[in-house]
Ligand binder design. Structure first.
Ligand code: FES
Length: 371
């Protein structure tokens, strides 16, 4: 099958990982350290600032549409247009926006509208009781509200089979609000005539957002709810998946974990996933962080992140995604050997001492942070 690039003029990104975020190879880490040291030296000798990233741009937007998207009234979608009336930066399925809420909170929301629509972005938010950001969206954002966004960025890139992926068919697995990044992927797969199926799960039909838009695709989509069928097993989530399939999965961490485990027994399957919580710490070893300005030394256990430990001592430490892609938790390392585990900082940023405390760790005993 010949697949034309639906977004000519831009390169198709390859998904970063098979099976989510795999453990990192020792040789690669050594290579990373050598490259980082080289970049650090180059940055020092050239005294150049890192080039600002295009997706760090801030855009003023206004809410132009607000709609309830699930029958339990707990999911709202917002359509955002540029405050200056211009076209918005383009995006691809899987992309998200960093949204600066009126309170100053920064939250990430997947884009779930049409990538061809350059006039508006659509995001959707499930209200989580006690979840400050989601409650603020539901309470404070109405048509006309002004806010700022950054991005779009893509931490969950979609590779079209035959054009960036060796797979020949697609399986989408979405849990609840996890349908948001999946929906544009489904639309694109369907438009391109790719062989695809989808499983959409949740507690009950009334909790599932965009059910009307998903069921429009007919028999390719299976809707499975816990109230009728019980909690799905990993095998049920990937039922029918065979070699040559790329699986795109977004939802709660246990669901994503169950899918990954179930797929390990099937060869020739790619898994690309996005979860709602921090990834598990792989090969964690304890280390210390020293706060240079106060002289405090904090112990980071093997099973906790530096951000967790910082938050316990400094509740105002900024953070958002906890998955190493939004950069909100960025701190500056003054001494020590970082073990970078994010995939977004550039070599120049790492050379300048930047570190994402939510996922990255220490390759030695202690990191001295400019805090
Ligand atoms: S909190 Fe988003 S990168 Fe650390």
């Amino acid at each position: 099958m010949t697949v034309t690039d639906p977004y000519p003029g831009a390169s198709l990104p390859l998904p970063a990982d098979l099976y989510g975020r795999p453990r990192r190879d020792r040789t690669l880490r050594l290579l990373d350290a050598v490259v980082d040291a080289r970049m650090r030296w180059t940055a020092l000798t050239n005294r150049r600032e890192p080039t600002p990233r295009a997706d760090d741009r801030r855009i003023g937007v206004r809410v132009v549409e607000r709609r309830i998207r699930a029958h339990d009234n707990e999911v709202v979608s917002l359509r955002l247009a540029a405050a200056d009336g211009r076209d918005l930066p383009r995006w691809r399925p899987g992309a998200h926006l960093d949204v600066e809420l009126p309170s100053g909170r920064l939250r990430q929301y997947s884009l779930c509208g049409d990538p061809a629509d350059t006039r508006t972005y659509r995001i959707a938010v499930r209200r989580i009781p006690g979840g400050g950001g989601s409650e603020e969206v539901h309470r404070a954002l109405t048509v006309g509200s002004a806010l700022r966004v950054r991005g779009p960025r893509n931490a969950f890139p979609f590779a079209v089979p035959g054009h960036g992926s060796p797979a020949t068919r697609l399986r989408f697995v979405a849990g609840g609000i996890g349908i948001t990044p999946i929906l544009p992927m489904i639309r694109l797969a369907d438009t391109l005539g790719i062989d695809w199926t989808a499983l959409y799960t949740g507690r009950a039909r009334e909790t599932l957002p965009f059910l009307d838009e998903v069921e429009r695709f007919g028999g390719r989509v299976t809707v499975r709810t816990d109230d009728r069928s019980g909690l799905p097993t990993g095998a049920e989530l990937v039922d029918g998946v065979r070699g040559g399939t790329a699986v795109y999965c977004c939802g709660p961490a246990p669901m994503v974990g169950a899918v990954a485990t179930a797929l390990r027994g099937i060869s020739g399957v790619e898994l690309h996933s996005e979860r709602f919580s921090a990834p598990p710490i792989v090969d964690g070893v304890p280390f210390e962080i020293e706060l240079a300005r106060s002289g405090e030394v904090l112990a980071v256990p093997a099973d906790r992140s530096a951000l967790d430990v910082l938050l316990a001592h400094r509740p105002d430490q900024p953070y958002s995604c906890r998955q190493g892609f939004c950069r909100t938790c960025r701190v500056r390392v003054l001494a020590g050997a970082p073990d970078h585990r994010d995939s977004v900082l550039t070599p120049a940023e790492r050379a300048a001492g930047d570190l994402l405390a939510c996922v990255s760790r220490c390759a030695g005993d202690r990191l001295v942070l400019d805090l």
